[in-house]
Structure formats: structure tokens, C-alpha cells
Design a binder for this molecule. Structure first.
Ligand SMILES: *[C@@H]1O[C@H](CO)[C@@H](O)[C@H](O)[C@H]1NC(C)=O
Ligand SMILES: *[C@@H]1O[C@H](CO)[C@@H](O)[C@H](O)[C@H]1NC(C)=O
Ligand SMILES: *[C@@H]1O[C@H](CO)[C@@H](O)[C@H](O)[C@H]1NC(C)=O
Length: 141
């Protein structure tokens, strides 16, 4: 009896640990001038909103997609015409970000958040589903 109880506690704490580390965290190093892809995959295809952000940019986004359109006016100027979704159709929930011609100023922590229509209601994953630390170094390092 007590063995069963501790087993289920163990399962409970295992699944909590699992949830805690479930965001896909990565470090990418690139040389300035390169193109990089920051990967992010939504749990399903019913994507209503995609937010790529970097904490130090305040209210401005790296890329914002909502209700079937992009919002360049809410994008930080340094990303204008330089970022796009790898697949604008977002096939299989792929909301990876392509960033062209990176500079040292692109160094930072990028977060991907997605709002999907699950179980017939909208659920915003407040926690990012992908967190990527991008480090850009001068060419030849
Ligand atoms: C980056 O992408 C652009 C356009 O997609 C391409 O013309 C360019 O050659 C790429 N640069 C590098 C360094 O791969
Ligand atoms: C890449 O960025 C650098 C610095 O911002 C700029 O001088 C250069 O023209 C850009 N290259 C391309 C291919 O856009
Ligand atoms: C990085 O940002 C600084 C300050 O905004 C700017 O002076 C500099 O030209 C930028 N460097 C590149 C490579 O874009």
C-alpha cells in the first residue's frame, strides 16, 4: 500500500520535472553575415497567433503573426525585411524563424510563443515553447 503511494508520488514529481524542462532550450552561435533559423514547433496546426520576442526589446516584437496576417508595424526596426517564418504555411505546426544577415546586435534570448485553438477554445501558452540563446560573433572566430 505505501509502496503504491510513493510510486504515484514519484510519478507526480517526474511529470512536474518533465513539464518544467519541456520548453525547447538551445544555444546557437553564428558569425555575423550568416543566416540563421531559430526552430519552434507548435503542438498542432490550428495556429491563431505566433509571437517571436526578445526580452530586451520591450513592447516590440521580432515577428508577430495574428489572425492570418503579419504585423510589421509592431516589429522592432532592426528586424524589418530581415526575418520571416521558415514556412509561411506553418505546415505541421512549424513556426521556425529565419533571420538573415545577423549582426552582433542580434545576440540575445529569443522566445517563441504560440496560441492554438485546442479543444475548441483558445489557449495561450504563456510559457514559451522554444527559448533560443543566439550568440553572434565576428566572422572568423
Ligand atoms: C542568406 O539568404 C539570402 C536570401 O535568402 C541569400 O541570398 C544569401 O546568400 C544567404 N547568405 C548566406 C551567408 O548564406
Ligand atoms: C548585412 O548587414 C550589414 C550590416 O548591417 C550590411 O552592411 C550588409 O549590406 C548586409 N548584407 C546584406 C546581403 O544584406
Ligand atoms: C549595433 O547597435 C549599435 C547601437 O545601436 C550601433 O551603433 C551599431 O552600428 C550596431 N552594429 C551593427 C553591426 O549593426
Amino acid at each position: 500500500m505505501s509502496a503504491v503511494t510513493s510510486a504515484s508520488l514519484c510519478w507526480t514529481s517526474l511529470s512536474l520535472c518533465f513539464l518544467f524542462v519541456s520548453a525547447d532550450e538551445k544555444i546557437i552561435t553564428a558569425e555575423s553575415g550568416q543566416n540563421v533559423t531559430l526552430t519552434c514547433r507548435a503542438p498542432n496546426n490550428n495556429i491563431i497567433l505566433v509571437e517571436w520576442s526578445r526580452a530586451d526589446l520591450g513592447d516590440e516584437y521580432v515577428l508577430l503573426y495574428r489572425d492570418e496576417r503579419f504585423y510589421p508595424e509592431q516589429q522592432h526596426p532592426s528586424f524589418k525585411n530581415r526575418v520571416d517564418l521558415q514556412d509561411r504555411q506553418m505546415k505541421d505546426g512549424d513556426v521556425s524563424l529565419m533571420m538573415k544577415n545577423v549582426t552582433i546586435n542580434d545576440t540575445g534570448t529569443y522566445e517563441c510563443r504560440v496560441l492554438t485553438n485546442r479543444w475548441k477554445r483558445a489557449v495561450l501558452d504563456v510559457d514559451p515553447i522554444s527559448v533560443i540563446y543566439l550568440r553572434v560573433v565576428p566572422p572568423g572566430e
